[in-house]
Design a protein around this ligand. Structure first.
Ligand code: ADP
Ligand code: MG
Length: 259
């Protein structure tokens, strides 16, 4: 059976990568493994957040395979792709990380994209869960990898602009050829501007969220990320603020299909 997939989307800076890392750590803590972490943001930082160094991306592989496709060779392209894809996965305790890199430019990669799509679909069957850190609009993701999302997490800063963006991304997702089972709105970094954005029921209904989670602004978390230190298992389980951990636990439960 294909692993359960949670996709973090939202405006740049809203907290997608941070929450992807925290949710992944929480799922591992609960014994959900192996997990595939997918960095589908061209501005890739999930490896940094998880402390898993990335060398190659799907974009590099696509380039290489595109060149190989032009050369006559005894090795079938499918076999090459298999081998390169395996080399591309960063292995860490409990999870693997796949980094997409930049989307393709004007060159046509239809053939290679077709192969990739098929392989990434197969890959999904090897994992208990997948956590995907998306770019804001998610078009790249839908084109290449995923057409079936169990939990779409709309991450929004607790500001009028943040919530408006979450709404817009929610609408965009509806126009993509992806199936979404459940939507969760995360109001992130709460407590910073409580007076400015009061409870806003329309934000929730307009984002058409099935659930809402509030994650407080956590100064320790902010400092850790600012210093470039990863969100490792110990930090996620012990050092993040208790309110942050409670919110992440609730979000991880939604992501693994528990109410
Ligand atoms: N709940 C939070 N508390 C404190 N800082 C946060 C929180 N969530 C995210 N941040 C900080 O906000 C910034 C942007 O987060 P990031 O996860 O990189 O956003 P995105 O991936 O959406 O661009 C980072 O400096 C991160 O440390
Ligand atoms: Mg990010």
């Amino acid at each position: 059976m294909a692993g359960r997939l949670a996709a973090m989307s939202g405006k740049g800076g809203s907290g997608k990568t941070t929450l992807a890392a925290l949710v992944l750590r929480r799922l591992l803590h609960l014994g959900v493994r192996p997990i595939l972490a997918v960095d589908a943001d061209p501005n890739a930082t999930l490896g940094l957040a998880l402390g898993a160094p990335v060398e190659d991306t799907i974009a590099d592989l696509r380039d290489r395979l595109g060149e190989a496709a032009l050369e006559p060779s005894a090795v079938p392209k499918e076999r090459l792709l298999d081998k390169w894809l395996a080399e591309l996965l960063v292995e860490a305790p409990g999870f693997d990380l796949l980094t997409m890199g930049r989307p393709e430019g004007p060159k046509c990669y239809c053939y290679v994209n077709g192969l990739l799509r098929r392989y990434l679909k197969e890959l999904r069957g090897n994992y208990a869960a997948l956590v995907v850190d998306c770019e804001a609009g998610m078009e790249y993701l839908s084109r290449l990898t995923v057409d079936d999302i169990d939990t779409l997490v709309l991450v929004a800063e607790e500001t009028a602009v943040g919530l408006a963006s979450a709404r817009r991304i929610g609408h965009l997702a509806e126009r993509l050829p992806i199936r979404v089972r459940r939507r969760v709105l995360v109001r992130n970094k709460t407590g910073l501007a409580e007076a400015a954005v009061s409870d806003h029921p329309s934000a929730v209904s307009l984002a058409r969220a099935d659930a809402v989670i509030r994650v407080p602004f956590d100064a320790g978390l902010y400092r850790r990320c600012a210093a470039g230190e990863p969100i490792d298992a110990a930090f996620a389980a012990e050092s993040a603020a208790p309110a942050t951990r409670a919110a992440v636990a609730a979000l991880a439960d939604l992501c693994r299909g528990k109410e």
